[in-house]
Structure formats: C-alpha cells, structure tokens
Design a binder for this molecule. Structure first.
Ligand SMILES: *[C@@H]1O[C@H](CO)[C@@H](O)[C@H](O)[C@H]1NC(C)=O
Ligand SMILES: *[C@@H]1O[C@H](CO)[C@@H](O)[C@H](O)[C@H]1NC(C)=O
Ligand SMILES: *[C@@H]1O[C@H](CO)[C@@H](O)[C@H](O)[C@H]1NC(C)=O
Ligand SMILES: *[C@@H]1O[C@H](CO)[C@@H](O)[C@H](O)[C@H]1NC(C)=O
Length: 419
C-alpha cells in the first residue's frame, strides 16, 4: 500500500534517445512548474584522472561540497589538488531547478577544446549524464559537426526533487547512469534502497528493463532539517552516510549511520567562526547531556537553528525521555581515493588492494586536455599502468554513445501519469 501511494505521487516523463543502432537510452525526468529548486546529486564517473578542483569546476560546485557528499575527509592536506582516478564514481551535489517544465540541473559549464564533439562531451566528459542532443538544443548549436573551440557550453543534466521524499520519508535523488552489468536489484543494494522503489520512481517496467546508458534517479535515504525559512541554509538535507558543511564553513551537519536525524557540530575547518555555545549554558553545538532519574532521562542538547542574517543560531532544548539516548554516531570519513577501489558495481574479480598510505600520489598521467581526438572516443588516462582493475571500470563507464560516435538521435517524449 505504501508502494502504491509512492508511485502515485510521482509523475514521469521518460525521455528516450533513439539511436540509429537501435539502442534506447532513457532518462527519467520529473515535470515541474514554478521556480523552486531543490538539492540533488549526480552520479558522475570520472572520464580521466582529474583533480578534485577540476571536477568541482566542471560542475560549478564548491570542492568542499563534493568532499561532503562523498564522506571524504576535508582535513586531508592539499585536498583540492588531489588527483582522483579515472573511473571513480562520485556524487556531485547540485541544484535541481525547474526549466521549461522539467527538472534539470543547469550548473555545469564546459569550455570546448580542439577535437571535441557533442557525443564526447556528453558521454565522456559528463559521464553519460548529458545527452548530445540536449547540449545542442540548450546552446542553439546549428551544426554539431563544427563546434567552436573555446565556446562555453551550458550542460543541462537530469535530476529530480520528487518533493524530497520517498515513501513519505526524506530522500535526496541521485541521477545514476546505468553501467553494463547493472541490474535494478544490484543498484538498489548499493544505495540502501529497494528495487521496488527504484522501479516506481523511474516507472521502470521490471527489474530487467534497464540498459547501460539509461539515467535513473535513485532515492537516497536522507536526514531532513527543520531550519527556519529565513535561514540561508533552509531546506538543508543530507544523504545517509554523508555530511554537509554550512554556515560559512563553520558548521558540519552529518547524517547516519545509526539514525536519520541530522546532527550538527562545529566544523573543524580553518576558518574563523563565531561562538557556537548555546546561550545560558556551557554546552557547545552538538553537545548532549543526559541524566537519568526515577522519572526517566532528562536530556539537554545544544542544536543547530540555521545560519540567519550571517550568524549561527543555536538552540538549547531540554526534554524528559523514557530512556537516555546513545551518543550520536557520525559517518566515518575516508581520504579521497587516488587509485580505483572496487565498488559493488564494478568488475567481478576483486583484486587485493594495494595499501594506501595516503602519502603517495600517482604521477599525473596524460592530461585530459591533450587527448580528445575527433571521431575517437578513447578515454584519456587509461594506460596499462593503471592495471586491469581500473581497465574494467573504464570499460563500464563507456556508454553506448561512445561506441557509436556518429549516430543520429531521434527524440521522443512520452508522458506517463501514474495516478
Ligand atoms: C511534500 O512533503 C511534505 C513533507 O515532507 C508534505 O508535507 C507535503 O504534503 C508533500 N507535498 C506533496 C505534493 O507531496
Ligand atoms: C544508513 O547507512 C548505513 C550505512 O552507512 C546503513 O547501515 C543504514 O541502514 C542506512 N540507513 C538507512 C535508513 O538506509
Ligand atoms: C561539546 O562539543 C565540543 C565541540 O564539538 C566538543 O569538543 C566537546 O567534547 C563536547 N563536550 C561534551 C561534553 O560532549
Ligand atoms: C534578519 O534581518 C532582517 C532585516 O535585516 C530582520 O528583519 C530579521 O528580524 C533578522 N532576523 C533575525 C533572526 O535576526
């Protein structure tokens, strides 16, 4: 019953690109009206070894926000210059806006380089999230075979808000490009969600009805906030297992793993911040004291009330609870990887991972800038030196568009109202 309710609350446009080869790449796009945007995530597979700061520039997002969305440790030295390996699947936070009646993220920009083609930009640089046709339309490109070098393209990317809920629980939606070998259950398992949820949200007919290159939206369980709407971080929502940095980098709000209550503490970044002590107490933001008595447990906590007019609001709350709460857990953070670590979706042969002392940086391989060749879709950064490990990952990041660079696209729009 819950499921039926959930599917009826979603409206779909399935968007198909019909390739000459007969391959259908579909993506789920949410119709919308008004001008409200929401936070969303993009599942992006790196097409080359890229610095964190380069990925951030591509998607026009704060590098710190990428670290937070991936539960990476911001305290790693020179973290923005850290080279992330080709084939790595990252979560990129973005704003999901409403443009021309559908949800999309319009933050990404790309400056064309010699030899670029729309297919290359769409399927390699943007990891299959973008479609060549949408780039062409969004930028009014008359002749896609003659891209002006040095032109800045606006890249529209699929995203969804769906009221930031799934089955009436807070959720944030991740746009996910289906890889070869993916099944709906395997994707669901990788994201702490269910196959039924994914099928409902995307109006997928069955567990087998997805193909590599399709863009699905995956509801990720999240912690919602209850910040007042005059706070600049009103609407803050954080996916389970990750964190978010807010209040001019002074506050870190974490979600999970124990429960889905947003838990905010002072961020330990090197910025100067005003006091985060709760007025009238000696508790700091995030501090919780509990004292049990015969009546139960009296709990006092200093919680985050938003970033209002440039100042950090803290709230002291006291309550009597039947049992004393456990100290909140926060997600464990890792250093951003410099070599490809197998994830659930990649090659079936897990190789022993080399120890990662964190110090050794791989030498930058060939720069992505030099290797885009017209009509060729060789992915830069792939060299035998990376080993079989990432070779498999690279293969799986190649969408059908890569294999058929010159196909024509036919677009059909389907509207499905599941009410
Ligand atoms: C959106 O979610 C909020 C609570 O999260 C709920 O109050 C509201 O009714 C929902 N709106 C729609 C259109 O489902
Ligand atoms: C949140 O993530 C943790 C692992 O990080 C998982 O054990 C837990 O089940 C997740 N919670 C929900 C509600 O998905
Ligand atoms: C209170 O919060 C501060 C900042 O997070 C932390 O350093 C301190 O250990 C906390 N104190 C208690 C008693 O939890
Ligand atoms: C923030 O500033 C506006 C005007 O500058 C004021 O009306 C409002 O009361 C302030 N809010 C708080 C919480 O101080």
């Amino acid at each position: 019953m819950l499921m039926e309710n959930s599917s009826s609350s979603h409206l779909f446009i399935a968007f198909f690109s019909l390739l000459l080869t007969g391959v259908l790449a579909k993506s789920t796009i949410e119709p919308c009206s008004g001008s409200e945007s929401c936070p969303a995530l993009l599942g992006y597979t790196l097409y080359a070894d890229l610095k964190l700061s380069e990925v951030a520039a591509l998607f026009h997002v704060d590098p710190l926000a990428i670290l937070a969305a991936n539960a990476f440790d911001p305290a790693v030295p020179d973290v923005e210059d850290r080279i992330l390996p080709a084939g790595l699947l990252l979560r990129i936070p973005t704003r999901c806006s409403c443009a021309d009646g559908i949800r999309r993220s319009l933050a990404a920009r790309y400056r064309t380089r010699p030899g670029d083609t729309l297919a290359y930009v769409a399927s390699s640089v943007f990891g299959g999230l973008a479609s060549p046709d949408q780039i062409r339309e969004a930028n009014s490109i008359p002749d896609p075979s003659a891209l002006d070098v040095g032109r800045t393209l606006v890249i529209a990317l699929p995203c969804a808000c769906f009221n930031l809920s799934d089955n009436f629980l807070p959720a944030i939606y991740l746009s996910y490009v289906v890889r070869p070998g993916d099944t709906v259950p395997s994707i669901a398992a990788g994201y702490s969600t269910t196959a039924t949820d994914i099928m409902n949200v995307n109006a997928v007919g069955g567990p087998a009805a997805i193909s590599p290159g399709d863009v699905l939206v995956i509801p990720l369980p999240a912690c919602a906030s209850t910040l007042p709407n005059d706070a600049s971080d009103f609407g803050l929502i954080v996916a389970n297992g990750t964190y978010s940095i807010t209040a001019s980098q002074c506050v870190q709000c974490s979600c999970g793993p124990g429960n889905l209550k947003l838990y905010c503490t002072p961020a330990s970044l090197s910025v100067s911040c005003s006091s985060m002590q709760c007025r009238g107490s000696n508790l700091m933001l995030g501090n919780i004291t509990a004292r049990s008595s015969s009546a139960g447990c009296s709990v006092t906590s200093c919680t985050y009330g938003g970033f209002v007019n440039g100042s950090i609001v803290t709230k002291l709350t006291a309550s009597l609870q039947p049992r004393c709460p456990v100290q909140p857990q926060i997600p464990s953070l890792t250093a951003p990887p410099t070599t490809l670590v197998h994830d659930l979706f990649l090659a079936p042969t897990p190789l022993p991972l080399p120890p990662q002392p964190g110090g050794a940086m791989p030498t930058p391989k060939e720069s992505p800038k030099s290797s885009s060749v017209p009509g060729e879709f060789a992915l830069p950064g792939v060299s035998p030196a990376i080993g079989p490990d990432s070779g498999a990952a690279m293969a799986s990041s190649v969408s059908p568009l890569d294999d058929h660079g010159r196909e024509m696209l036919l677009l059909c729009l389907f509207l499905r109202f599941l009410l």
